[in-house]
Design a protein around this ligand. Structure first.
Ligand code: FES
Length: 237
């Protein structure tokens, strides 16, 4: 994909190649941008090497300016800083012509608008310093440890956008990575796939089935704010 501003626009994120989530995303993206957009997707579900390779080939081919749209539903500010830092290293003297932003593959109209608005894109030259000795060496503040299943069957059942909403709701409630809040760890399959998407919480060691946005909001308010189990969402044993 190209725009008036960019010689190349790449879209990167997990689950863009295979599975139900990928099928839906690819259909929506090609309807909005044309089938050629599928040649400019980089699936990062198994790691970022395909993205680095793709960016290197864009640099070598002189496809600049380059915009990378991060579609990871669980991405955030730190992820964008990390990507910018990697691109700064990869691009070297060409870093001033590489830009990033965070988009949502589920809202292609907003995505199209975002791509056309350079004032919402971040450069890769003045990148905030990545912390060198911070949280990575400490147990993060939390009351609950929450394990979010990113396994293939939960992902197909829409887990990723639900986990993104969970982070947003926890943050809005002041319960994300706080002393009285939640520390999130993403996992592979936790086993009860047929009841998923699966979310487990310690303490109390509860296994929850989170099927939709209403379940997410209820879990945040009842389990993580009020501190009581949500019996209706507990999985069968
Ligand atoms: S894929 Fe989530 S529990 Fe198996």
């Amino acid at each position: 994909m190209k725009t008036d501003t960019y010689a190349r626009v790449l879209l990167a994120g997990p689950d863009l190649n295979q599975g139900s989530f990928a099928e839906l995303s690819r259909r929506k993206l090609s309807e909005r941008f044309g089938a050629a957009v599928l040649d400019h997707l980089c699936d990062t579900g198994a790691g970022y090497e395909p993205l680095w390779t793709r960016v290197r080939s864009c640099l070598e081919a002189g496809e600049l300016p380059l915009l990378l749209v991060d579609l990871d539903p669980l991405g955030g500010s730190q992820q964008l800083d990390w990507l910018r830092d990697r691109f700064k290293t990869l691009a070297g003297t060409q870093a001033e012509r590489v830009f990033v932003c965070a988009g949502d593959a589920g809202d292609v109209a907003a995505l199209a608008a975002l791509i056309q608005q350079p004032d919402r894109h971040l450069g890769c030259v003045e990148v905030p310093q990545l912390p060198s000795a911070h949280a990575w060496s400490c147990i993060p503040p939390h009351q609950y440890r929450v394990l979010l299943c990113n396994g293939p069957r939960c992902t197909r059942r829409g887990a990723l956008p639900l986990w993104k909403l969970l982070r947003e709701e926890l943050k809005a409630a002041g319960r994300l990575e706080t002393e009285d809040g939640v520390h999130i760890t993403r996992t592979q399959c936790q086993f009860p796939c047929d009841q998923g998407p699966t979310l487990s919480v310690y303490p109390p060691g509860a296994w929850y089935q989170v099927r939709d946005e209403a379940d997410v909001r209820r879990l945040v308010q009842e389990q993580f704010v009020a501190g009581r189990e949500v019996a209706e969402l507990i999985m069968r044993g």
